[in-house]
Design a protein around this ligand. Structure first.
Ligand code: ATP
Length: 252
């Protein structure tokens, strides 16, 4: 069970200065268990800010966030990592370059636990990591002992995705996680994402600028415009949407 509720979320940055900016404006949103949301919106609409509010890297100015009924509004980002995993656009985020693929995966299996300095139990996990990476594109299973800093961007992003999902999160946040990849690699990671989200029945928000992907993936599409939700459609209505329908909501 994973249910996320955002209640009257407002976010203003640089309050009281000439730079003051109201980014999110009275966002009310409930994600039900297994909702796979594609989140669209023009540059600067507030999409990443919304994910930052959910992952705890930014505190809302007002409003409440509930995860499975528990008020997590004041939980730190670190405390939220137990339940909330994120993959960023930049392949360099979310993985440790001076550690091997296997060591990164071991850390991911311990997400939310207190981490000691020692990577105990690596050997016992190697078969499991081999098996998990064997399903993935990019030949990651042959690179378990490679330092992550030496991987290609596609391999690194696939690893970030596996790390985010190897221990099932209550909530998976994807911030344009395929945007920096070449078209084939991007397509492979999008398909992998879809498979894993379906198989693990994850509750997920995926930011994308690709209208085709927003239509193809997920059971629900949300569009943000200037900090407000201007469209929120679930299946079966979502499946009737066209690219032209979506474009109408991008007007300023
Ligand atoms: N911490 C901050 N301080 C100042 N301004 C910020 C901060 N965070 C976001 N903004 C501004 O708020 C607006 C929304 O930013 P955000 O990154 O959420 O948009 P976005 O919809 O994700 O855009 P993009 O599609 O370009 O990634 C932008 O104008 C951005 O410059």
């Amino acid at each position: 069970m994973s249910k996320l509720e955002l209640k009257h979320i407002n976010t203003t940055v640089n309050a009281g200065t000439a730079e003051e900016k109201r980014i999110l404006k009275d966002i009310n949103l409930t994600l039900n268990d297994g909702d796979f949301v594609t989140l669209l919106g023009t540059n600067g609409a507030g999409k990443s800010t919304l994910l930052n509010i959910i992952n705890g890297s930014l505190m809302p100015t007002s409003g409440q966030i509930l995860l499975d009924g528990q008020d997590i509004t004041n939980y730190s980002e670190v405390k939220r990592t137990k339940d909330i995993a994120q993959v960023f656009q930049d392949p360099k985020m979310g993985t440790a370059p001076r550690m091997t693929v296997a060591e990164n995966l071991l850390l991911a299996t311990k997400r939310g636990q207190r981490r000691g300095l020692h990577l105990r139990g690596l050997d016992q996990h190697l078969d499991f990591f081999k098996q998990e990476t064997a399903q993935l594109p990019n030949g990651l299973s042959d690179r378990l002992h490679t330092f992550v800093g030496n991987l290609s961007g596609g391999q690194r992003q696939t690893l970030s995705f596996l790390m985010a999902t190897i221990k099932r999160p209550k909530l998976l946040l994807l911030d344009e996680h395929t945007a920096a990849l070449d078209p084939n690699t991007s397509h492979e990671l999008s398909e992998l994402t879809n498979d894993v989200v379906q198989k693990q029945h994850l509750t997920c928000i995926m930011i994308t600028h690709q209208l085709k992907d927003a239509l193809k993936y997920g059971n629900r599409t949300i569009i943000l415009n200037s900090g407000r939700i201007v469209l929120d459609l679930k299946n079966p209505e979502k499946s009737q949407l066209t690219e032209d329908d979506l474009l109408q909501y991008f007007a300023n």
